[in-house]
Ligand binder design. Structure first.
Ligand code: ZN
Length: 198
């Protein structure tokens, strides 16, 4: 049904393709945007375009950043010999918020899922193995405790074990199927401190 004309419908359609935005929210947002001064809308749109254009993966840990190397990898105070492996930049952000982890990260951008057809080559795993050629003492696997997260953890530990580098897994204080980003900082710290060697 073409209630509002093509342009408005197009906007609603685009907005509702975003995660967590259903058709009602999309409508609400669309009308909100249409009611704003034009330069405000241009600022919002500009911020989106610029973020998309300028943000890329850190060439070391693969988190999102707007420079070649992210601030964490660049920081001389961070211990480069300890690498925490996470699924997404949001998981990294959750651990950073605790302010207590001093190592560096590796962002996989996903997890192995035979069901969804996501294999080891579809995530940043080769890139992790490449990093182990450097001076690395420990790899902490902090993938989610979902089936995919556990499968990935197992796969990584089998891959790394023969190298003699210590591999540990964060403690299972993190609820099964729980997304790391929703878990409070105390639980995250406990999971990190209680990590077990694989
Ligand atoms: Zn980095």
């Amino acid at each position: 049904m073409n209630l509002y004309g093509g342009e408005v419908n197009k906007l609603i359609e685009e907005l509702s393709s975003l995660p967590g935005i259903g058709s009602k929210s999309a409508q609400r947002l669309a009308f909100h945007l249409i009611g704003l001064p034009e330069e405000k809308v241009e600022r919002i749109a500009g911020a989106m375009v610029n973020a998309r254009k300028n943000v890329r993966y850190c060439s070391c840990c693969y988190t999102l950043t707007d420079s070649e190397i992210c601030p964490i990898c660049k920081n001389p105070k961070r211990d480069k010999s300890v690498i925490m492996v996470v699924e997404t930049p949001r998981d990294l952000a959750a651990y950073e918020k605790t302010g207590r982890y001093e190592g560096v990260y590796h962002v996989l951008h996903g997890a192995i899922s035979p069901m969804l057809g996501i294999g080891p080559n579809d995530i940043k795993l080769k890139e992790l193995i490449k990093r182990l050629e450097g001076d690395v003492k420990e790899v902490i696997i902090a993938t989610n405790s979902s089936l995919e997260g556990e499968t990935t953890a197992m796969y990584i530990s089998k891959l790394i074990k023969p190298t003699g580098i210590k591999v540990s897994r964060i403690a299972s204080g993190v609820p099964v199927g729980g997304d790391l980003e929703y878990i409070d900082e105390v639980t995250l710290l406990r999971a990190l401190e209680g990590r077990v060697e694989l």
